[in-house]
Design a protein around this ligand. Structure first.
Ligand code: MEV
Length: 383
């Protein structure tokens, strides 16, 4: 029988036949929930892989206290986020905003004769009516179709129809791929040519959140391990500016912001690749890859702000298949997608503040990553 048609248990038994003696097998999903999750999510499942799950504590976001569930392999992430959040909470914590959860899909046709823009613009009402059916449930929940834009792509030459939909609490990819193919099939009949492709757009540039916080110089000094508060504040602002002007530094700066956000996305069963793709595309939206956060001095200390796209779902897909993501979402109080975006933005900013404070004060190895050292020591002791 084909490997994919076997049960998980049978596949595991076959491992030694296929690969020779194996010392250790990944845990079998003994719990029925995990078994169902592996079978529902992937082909050829043989087990589950654990990742440390912890709580980043001390967050106050728009006046509400939160503990944030994070799944990560990186030792310092939770400690750093909790430290910055706890200190920021003393001056009110994080204030956030978010757009509606808008996602888009693209239908692209090659257009050697340069005739399709006008033809597709003349079909907008038909395209809208084609989408009524697949978007009925979404529209009932307050989401649904928002706009349709037809744009030439002269380099190919081709034409793209980009349709924006409010996907409410879903990630949107599945639904939008269905919608895209429906539009593509219809237009193929109209123009007598297959579309080049029909697919969700992962840029998610209209599904964004912001987080901001004020820190006094004394708070910055505390985050900088007691170093001179005013000088530390000045250096943190300079570190923020560095990520605006130096592309190589911006990449590391943004990686740090995503340390927490990706860990929250993993814990809540979200698509981390879609999230990362959107964020890094946004970071280079002006043609230069830049830091996602902005720092400026204020009379009291500093103001920090982060803005980024956050395609995060709270229903559908893995968010409900995975027992741990169900737990994580319930721990967060069953947020809708927009609230989860706001939480994630606050987390990203906390992570960034913690990293910059460590970098400009004691340095990352001493200030930010003592747990790495502990892990290395325990590893050394066992090898
Ligand atoms: C480490 O995972 C992340 C940092 O490098 C981020 C940064 O440099 O801003 C500490």
């Amino acid at each position: 029988m084909k490997f994919r048609k076997l049960t998980i248990q049978a596949r595991r038994q076959q491992l030694t036949e296929r690969h020779g003696p194996i010392d250790w097998l990944p845990p079998e999903p003994a719990n029925g929930d995990y078994l169902a999750m592996v079978e529902a999510q992937i082909e050829n499942g043989i087990g589950i892989m654990g990742l440390a799950l912890g709580l980043a504590t001390g967050f106050v976001i728009d006046g509400t206290p939160y503990d944030l569930p994070l799944a990560t392999e990186e030792p310092s992430v939770i400690a750093a986020a909790s430290f910055a959040a706890t200190v920021a909470a003393r001056s009110g914590g994080f204030v956030t905003t978010a757009t509606d959860p808008l996602m888009a899909f693209q239908v692209v046709f090659e257009d050697p004769e340069h005739t399709l823009v006008n033809q597709f613009n003349a079909s907008l009402d038909t395209i809208k009516s084609l989408l009524t059916d697949p978007l009925t449930a979404m529209t009932r929940r307050g989401g649904g179709l928002r706009d349709i834009i037809v744009t030439p792509i002269p380099e190919l030459p081709a034409v793209k129809i980009q349709v924006t939909v409010d996907v409410r609490d879903a990630q949107g990819a599945n639904l939008l791929n269905t919608c895209a193919e429906r539009v593509g099939d219809y237009l193929a009949g109209e123009v007598g040519q297959r579309p080049l492709m029909c697919i969700v757009c992962n840029a998610a540039a209209k599904r964004r959140a912001t987080a901001a916080c004020h820190l006094t110089c004394a708070q910055v000094g505390q985050l900088c391990k007691g170093q001179d508060p005013a000088e530390s504040t000045r250096r943190v602002v300079q570190a923020g500016r560095l990520a605006q002007v130096d592309r190589d530094r911006a990449v590391t700066h943004n990686k740090g912001i995503m340390n927490g956000i990706t860990a929250l996305a993993l814990a809540t069963g979200n698509d981390t690749r879609a999230l990362e793709a959107a964020v890094h595309a946004w970071a280079s939206r002006d043609g230069l890859y830049q830091g996602l956060s902005h720092y400026e001095t204020t009379p009291e200390g500093l103001h920090a702000r982060l803005e980024l796209p956050l395609p995060l779902a709270t229903v559908g897909g893995c968010t409900q298949h995975h027992p741990t993501s169900r737990f994580a979402l319930s721990l967060l109080g069953h947020p809708n997608s927009v609230t989860l975006m706001r939480i994630a933005a606050a987390l990203g900013l906390a992570q960034n503040i913690a990293a910059l404070c460590a970098l400009v004060s004691t340095g990352i190895q001493q200030g930010h990553m003592p747990r790495h050292a502990r892990k290395e020591r325990s590893h050394d002791a066992t090898v």
